[in-house]
Write a new protein. Structure first.
Length: 449
């Protein structure tokens, strides 16, 4: 497991070159025994090699644009990259015009000298939490690969690209859990930033009220670094916190119902370890969350906004869509404008309540997903696809609906199926949340040693 800090140190001390890092990434992606062909929709080997040569030349002259210059990362196929077509995991956009500029988030990483190695696979149009893609294949979770388990979505390729060591950083998006679900199912860290902190310019939209951009990586510190570089509003160094005295509220309503035994066991063990380390655990009650299944009966706010954005394209090219994605978006056709406005109003009220109830709390904690990754074969029937999709997104969506920032940390033990512990906080408390998450990470990390 390589972190951005370690790679930056190795580059600075001439233990590795950017060219070597790029070749290492390309070899991992191209390994015929690996998942690279399903993880990446496209790979820019020529461009990455040229960028690596430039980064190495600048570093030799003492002119590296940042300590992270020359480190490769993967970009979800939802982001514009100048000269490339953004297909958003679909085939209906393959003939679209190439982008004329990089998405702002990607441009800011490239400005620091970091190198896009390729575009990662995703659920078509980012509209699912399981990560299946009938057009480009479905990359398998790193756990129990012989069976073939879902990677989580929609940032499926992003999660696998990090979990398999193809890159140490992937950039994804999170509308209902799309960075954190792959984080949980792939056994890595996934972050959802506060909505609007990282500019969405150049990112193919799903739901403007919910879309956010976030990193997937091997550590909390890696995610903090990437978040800071993309948002540009802090230095990426989380406040130093210890578990001793950390104030953690366990969300008790809605999100603990029906946990799979493995998740329940891992979460209970995590709570015990945090308590033993000196964290102060309390209960957070939020009975209003029981309204979410009703609000989302036809897809809720996300579906209404997705339908508004897709109805013209579906009218022209709907037969080219993944039928499951198309059908879920089309459900919102019957959402009334009055219903949509009611949902927005109720969301504003719940956001206010969340901020009030988090006073004096460093982070709210809960399981990232209620289950561990099922086998891809278990989603063959539409009813099972919908069931597992709902299971995957139920808990993470809470963070999006409450307009918070949230992070998923691995909480499984050695040899266990991956599962995630999610820590979240109200909007704008990203820096403080990273500090709390780093303290939690230090308590949980020995489980996987």
């Amino acid at each position: 497991m390589q972190t951005l800090a370690q790679l930056a140190k190795d580059l600075a001390e001439n233990r590795v070159t950017s060219a070597a890092l790029v070749e290492r990434a390309l070899a991992a992606i191209g390994d015929p025994a690996g998942e690279g062909a399903r993880t990446f929709i496209s790979v820019d080997a020529e461009g990455a090699r040229a960028a690596a040569q430039l980064a190495d030349a600048q570093r030799r002259r003492g002119r590296a644009v940042s300590r992270f210059a020359g480190i490769p990362f993967s970009s979800k196929d939802i982001f514009d990259i100048a000269g490339e077509v953004t297909t958003a995991g679909s085939v209906v956009l393959k003939e679209a015009a190439p982008a004329t500029a990089d998405a702002v988030a990607i441009a800011r990483l490239k400005a620091m000298g970091m190198i896009v190695i390729g575009r990662t696979n995703m659920t078509e149009f980012a509209y699912s939490g399981v990560g299946l893609n009938p057009h480009y294949g479905t990359p398998r979770s790193p756990f129990d690969r012989a069976t073939g388990r879902i990677p989580g979505g929609s940032s499926s390729g992003a999660g696998v690209s990090v979990a398999d060591g193809m890159v140490s950083l992937a950039i994804g998006t999170d509308t209902g859990g799309s960075c954190r679900v792959p984080g949980a199912y792939c056994g890595i860290v996934g972050y959802k930033s506060s909505h609007g902190r990282v500019p969405l310019t150049g990112c193919y939209p799903l739901s403007p009220s919910f879309d956010s951009i976030g990193p997937l990586a091997n550590s909390v510190a890696c995610c903090a670094t990437a978040d800071a570089l993309m948002a540009g509003d802090w230095d990426g160094v989380p406040p130093q916190r210890e578990a001793q005295g950390l104030r953690l509220a366990v969300l008790r309503d809605f999100v603990l119902d029906g946990l799979a035994p493995g998740v329940a066991q891992a979460f209970g063990r995590a709570l015990d370890r945090l308590s033993a380390a000196g964290a102060v655990l309390s209960d957070l009650r939020f009975p209003e969350l029981a309204e979410l299944p009703t609000i989302n009966g036809k897809g809720g706010i996300v579906a209404a906004e997705a339908y508004a954005g897709h109805r013209a394209l579906m009218a022209r090219a709907g037969q080219g869509y993944d039928p499951r994605v198309r059908n879920r978006i089309a459900m919102a056709e019957t959402i009334l404008a009055a219903d949509y406005l009611d949902y927005l109003g109720r969301r504003r009220e719940m956001i206010r309540l969340f901020a009030e109830r988090c006073e004096g709390i460093d982070a709210v904690i809960l399981p990232t997903t209620l289950n561990q990754a099922p086998a891809i074969a278990e989603l063959a029937e539409d009813r099972d696809y919908l069931r597992f999709n709902a299971m995957s997104l139920r808990n993470t969506y809470v963070g999006n609906f409450l307009n918070g920032c949230a992070i998923s940390l691995p909480m499984q033990g050695q040899g266990e199926a991956p599962s995630g512990l999610m820590a979240m906080a109200p909007w704008g408390r990203d820096r403080a949340l990273f500090g709390a998450a780093a303290a939690i990470e230090r308590v949980l990390a020995p489980l996987r040693a």
